[in-house]
Design a protein around this ligand. Structure first.
Ligand SMILES: Cc1cc2nc3c(=O)[nH]c(=O)nc-3n(C[C@H](O)[C@H](O)[C@H](O)COP(=O)(O)O)c2cc1C
Length: 370
């Protein structure tokens, strides 16, 4: 009996296995609107065998985008662009669809990674970013404007509006992006947050804004639908955000009803030194689970079926999220099921692919039942 292929319930959402396709920016939207690339990408991974697919960082306002190509959900046009894609997924897959709600803060106005990822100057079509404090991510960059009270209220309201739109699109879950050096992480980390008001200084104060945003989206998203939080458990920089603070943050989030913590790391400072190795962030998921008793998702260099199985079976995390491993093998879930003796759903068009040595890879399949 595979632990990875055992079911889990998050509020009213029943998942048949413990695998999520991690959110992955595609930098391919126009004016925040999804298009044929997203149609192909999302539909491909809805057939991966993962129980849940998380739509990439979806920005709640235009200036909150990392790049001009980032996906958004801030107006009727961005909502309408996603609608046929979700409809197609529902027709051909029973994968749960989550969406990561995001705001880049001071890391906005950047070139897409394949164009170098540097800040785009205002004169070249960039935009003035905002953050907790007027401190740039990298030396020499145009600093963000420090958000004032009306600005904080505006961004919070943008998260709320996007959460409502996500629900209207029929999405099953949300993940609040509080990691990788983007806006909510900028508030948490003393490296980016130099405020002297109630949103800066003590840990309590630095957590205040991300927790307010969480409360605000939790309030408007249906009570039977889960909301998780992705966080950077450490900045990998001396004097920055760390695991001890993450535990306090996760306690507060759990109290407020967070359904999972997706334990990532880094992103707030170019000075970070990350000791990469297979499953290098799994110990963070384990520590959060032990200290807080919250559901955790392990992410980061999880690529092998047996590795994922061990993480879940040993109780280090409740679920695993895969990004690059899925891009490399978009049927990762099928292959993991074959290796571990699990079952996945597959569309009937593909049933003949099942290896003759594999007796029951494909579970009972009924599409179009939603
Ligand atoms: C192409 C690409 C885009 C990504 N975009 C996002 C994103 O939108 N939101 C996020 O939280 N992480 C993003 N990540 C990070 C992944 O979700 C994941 O945390 C990280 O890649 C480690 O997992 P992996 O080793 O399985 O790739 C991205 C990673 C890749 C490779």
């Amino acid at each position: 009996m595979s632990a990875l292929f055992s079911p889990i319930k998050l509020r009213g959402l029943a998942l048949p296995n413990r695998i999520m396709v991690a959110p992955m920016c595609q930098y391919s939207a126009v004016n925040g609107e999804a298009n044929d690339w997203h149609f192909t990408h999302i539909n491909t991974f809805a057939l991966s065998g993962a129980a849940m697919f998380c739509i990439e960082a979806t920005h709640v306002e235009a200036i909150g985008r990392i790049t001009p190509g980032c996906l958004g959900l801030w107006n009727d046009a961005t909502e309408a662009a996603l609608k046929p894609i979700i409809a197609s997924v529902r027709k051909h897959s029973r994968t749960a669809v989550a969406m990561q709600l995001a705001h880049a803060g001071r890391k906005g106005s950047s070139h897409v990674p394949w164009d170098g990822g540097q800040q785009i100057p205002l004169a070249e079509g960039g935009w003035q970013t905002e953050g907790p404090s007027a401190v740039p991510h990298k030396e020499g960059e145009l600093p963000p404007l420090a958000l004032d009270a009306p600005g904080l209220a505006r961004v919070r309201a943008a998260f709320v509006a996007a959460a409502k739109r996500a629900n209207r699109l029929g999405l099953d879950a949300l993940e609040m992006h509080s990691a990788h050096g983007y806006l909510l992480h900028q508030f948490l980390s003393p490296i980016a947050n130099k405020r002297t008001d109630q949103y800066g200084g003590s840990l309590q104060n630095r957590m205040r804004y991300p927790l307010e945003v969480f409360d605000a989206i939790r309030e408007v998203f249906p009570a039977d639908k889960p909301i998780g939080v992705k966080l950077s458990t450490t900045d990998w920089v001396e004097g920055g955000w760390d695991l001890a603070q993450s535990i306090e943050y996760a306690k507060e989030l759990k109290k407020r009803g967070a359904d999972w913590i997706d334990a990532s790391s880094g992103g707030v400072s170019p000075l970070q030194k990350i000791p990469l190795s297979p499953g290098y962030q799994v110990p963070f998921a384990k520590s959060l689970k032990e200290a807080v008793g919250v559901n955790t998702m392990a992410v980061g260099l999880i690529t092998e079926a047996k590795q994922a199985e061990e993480i879940v079976a040993s109780g280090k995390a409740d679920m695993v999220a895969l990004a690059r491993g899925m891009l490399y093998d978009p049927r990762w879930g099928w292959h993991a099921a074959a290796e571990l003796g699990g079952q996945v759903e597959a569309p009937p068009q593909y049933w003949r692919s099942q290896p003759s040595t594999q007796k029951a890879l494909f579970g009972e399949t009924r599409f179009g039942t939603r």
